[in-house]
Design a protein around this ligand. Structure first.
Ligand code: UGA
Length: 451
C-alpha cells in the first residue's frame, strides 16, 4: 500500500521503516530540517537497536522516502505513488492509501496534551478533490481527541464546499524504546478505535491484517476506549513501578531484599513478574507525561484521581529520595565530583527525557559539586551540551570522582568488574539507582551501597 507517516519520532520512524521493509511504499514526513537531512542520509536521529540498518535497507530499496511536506519533488519521484501528470497537492494526497499521524503531543502547562502539531497535520490533509482519506492517529491522545480530529476534517471540507467521506481511526502504539523494532513487528496486541463494521473491508483493515502476525490479538473498539486504553496501559505499568518503589523503602527499613520480594510477588500468575523492578523511578517521554495528563483529564471531568496522584508523587519521591540519600551519606558536595554511570532514563536508549539522572545532577551541582558522566549509548558532545563533563568509559569516570552512582541497568554496569572498580575508585560510596548489586559483596570490598 502507499502510506504517508507524518512525524518521524520513535513511533513514526520505527513504523515507517518496518512497513517499508514489509513491502509497502512509505513516505515519512518530518518538518524538522536537521532530522530530515539525517534521515535522508540513512542516519537515525536517536539510537534504537537495529533501526539504522533497516532504515538504510528501506532507503536503498526505494520503498521509503522522506519529505518535509507532501508537495515535494521527493514525493513526486515515488513512481507508484504519483504519475508525472499529478502535480498538485490534492492529487498527491489522493495517491496515498493511509495517513498515519505520529506527531508529538507534549504536555502543556495546564497538564493536558498540546495538540498543535496534530491539528496542523490534520489541516494539511484538507483538500478539495479527495474526500475519501483514511486517517489514523498513532500519537498518544486524551479521550475525545479522535472525535475532535474528525470534526475538524469535516469542518475543513465544508469550508471548501465539500463533504468529508473519509474515515478516522485511532491506533495506539505500544512500543518501548530499546525494543521498538520487535515491538512493532511482533506487537503484544493491536488496538483499533473506529468503526468495527467497516474495519475488515477498509484499507486500514487490509493493511493491519497484512502486517500483523496471525497470533496477535486485534481489538476493534470505539475511539474513546482505545484512547483511554492506551493511556491506562502506561498508567498501569507506572503504578506497578511506584508500588514496588514504595515497598522497596519498606524493605530497606527491615533489611529485606526488594528484588526477592518482587520475585515472590511476581510468581503469582495473577500478578506476573514484569515491571516490578524497584529503582530510582520511571522517566522517559511517555510515563511521566501520560500519567500526568490522564490524572489532569480525569480530575477535569470530576473523576477520582487519588491513585494516579500517588503514582506520580511516589515517583517524584523515588527520584528525589534516592538523590538525597546518596548525597546525605556522602556529605557536602561543594568542591567534590559526582560520577554518574548511565545518564539515559533507562538502558538500551540514548533518551534523557525526564531521566532520574537529571534530579541528582541538579541537587549535586546546586550544592557546588561537579558532575562527570559516562553513558554507553549517548554521544559525549550530546552530554556536554547539558553542562556535564562526559567520559568515554566507566573506568575514566571512576578514577576521577569522589562519589559514584549507577543509574541505568546497562549490561556494562550490571556486570561491573568490582575488583577493578575498587582499584581505581578512591571513594567508598556507591549509589545503586537500579538495585543491581549485592550489599554483602560490596561491603566485603569496603564499599557502602546506597539504594
Ligand atoms: C513505555 C511503555 O512500556 C510502552 O508500552 C509504551 O508504548 C511507551 O511507553 C509509549 O507510550 O510510547 P518506554 O517509555 O520506552 O515505554 O520504556 P519502559 O521500558 O516502559 O520504561 C519506562 C520507565 O520505567 C523507565 O524509566 C524504566 O527504567 C522504568 N522501569 C521500568 C522501572 O523503573 N522498573 C521496571 O520494572 C520497569
Amino acid at each position: 500500500m502507499k502510506i504517508a507517516v507524518i512525524g518521524m519520532g520513535y513511533v513514526g520512524l520505527v513504523s515507517a521503516v518496518s512497513w517499508a521493509r514489509a513491502g509497502h511504499k512509505v513516505i515519512g514526513v518530518e518538518s524538522n530540517e536537521e532530522k530530515l537531512s539525517l534521515l535522508k542520509a540513512g542516519k537515525t536521529p536517536f539510537f534504537e537497536p537495529g533501526l539504522e540498518t533497516e532504515l538504510k535497507l528501506a532507503l536503498e530499496s526505494q520503498a521509503l522516502h522522506f519529505s518535509k511536506e507532501f508537495l515535494t519533488m521527493e514525493l513526486m519521484s515515488i513512481e507508484s505513488l504519483v504519475t508525472n501528470s499529478l502535480s498538485n497537492k490534492s492529487a498527491i494526497l489522493g495517491a496515498v492509501d493511509l495517513f498515519f499521524l505520529c506527531v508529538g503531543t507534549p504536555i502543556l502547562p495546564n497538564g493536558l496534551f498540546d495538540l498543535t502539531d496534530l491539528f496542523e497535520a490534520v489541516d494539511s490533509l484538507v483538500v478539495p478533490e479527495n474526500s475519501s482519506l483514511s486517517i489514523i492517529i498513532k500519537s498518544t491522545v486524551l479521550p475525545g481527541t479522535t472525535a475532535q480530529v474528525e470534526a475538524r476534517l469535516k469542518d475543513g471540507f465544508e469550508k471548501l464546499g465539500k463533504v468529508f467521506k473519509g474515515s478516522v481511526w485511532f491506533a495506539p502504539e505500544f512500543l518501548s524504546e530499546g525494543t521498538a523494532m520487535s515491538d512493532t513487528i511482533n506487537p503484544s496486541r493491536v488496538i483499533i478505535g473506529g468503526n468495527s463494521e467497516v474495519f475488515k473491508e477498509s484499507k486500514l483493515g487490509q493493511f493491519i491484517l497484512s502486517v500483523t502476525p496471525a497470533s496477535t490479538p486485534i481489538v476493534i473498539t470505539d475511539w474513546a476506549s482505545a484512547e483511554l486504553g492506551k493511556l491506562a496501559s502506561n498508567a498501569m505499568l507506572a503504578s506497578r513501578i511506584s508500588f514496588i518503589n514504595e515497598i522497596g523503602q519498606v524493605a530497606d527499613t527491615v533489611g529485606a531484599d526488594i528484588n526477592l520480594v518482587a520475585k515472590i510477588i511476581g510468581l503469582d500468575p495473577r500478578i506476573g513478574s514484569k515491571f516490578l523492578k524497584a529503582g530510582v523511578g520511571f522517566g522517559g517521554g511517555c510515563f511521566p507525561k501520560d500519567t500526568t495528563a490522564l490524572k489532569n483529564f480525569g480530575a477535569m471531568h470530576g473523576a477520582s484521581t487519588d491513585l494516579l496522584t500517588a503514582v506520580i508523587s511516589t515517583n517524584e519521591k523515588a527520584k528525589l529520595g534516592f538523590s538525597e540519600r546518596v548525597i546525605k551519606r556522602f556529605g557536602e558536595p561543594h568542591g567534590k565530583t559526582l560520577g554518574i554511570l548511565g545518564m539515559a532514563y533507562k538502558e538500551g536508549t540514548d533518551d534523557i527525557r525526564n531521566s532520574p539522572s537529571l534530579k541528582i545532577i541538579e541537587l549535586f551541582t546546586q550544592a557546588g559539586g561537579k558532575v562527570v558522566v559516562y553513558d554507553p549509548l549517548i554521544a559525549r558532545d550530546k552530554l556536554e551540551r547539558l553542562g556535564v563533563e562526559a567520559k568515554a568509559s566507566w573506568e575514566e569516570v571512576a578514577q576521577m570522582v569522589d562519589l559514584i552512582t549507577i543509574l541505568t541497568a546497562d549490561p556494562q554496569f550490571v556486570n561491573l568488574d568490582w575488583q577493578k572498580m575498587r582499584a581505581i575508585y578512591s571513594g567508598t560510596i556507591i549509589g545503586d539507582g537500579r538495585r543491581l548489586y549485592s550489599k554483602k559483596i560490596l561491603t566485603k570490598l569496603g564499599l557502602n551501597l546506597i539504594t
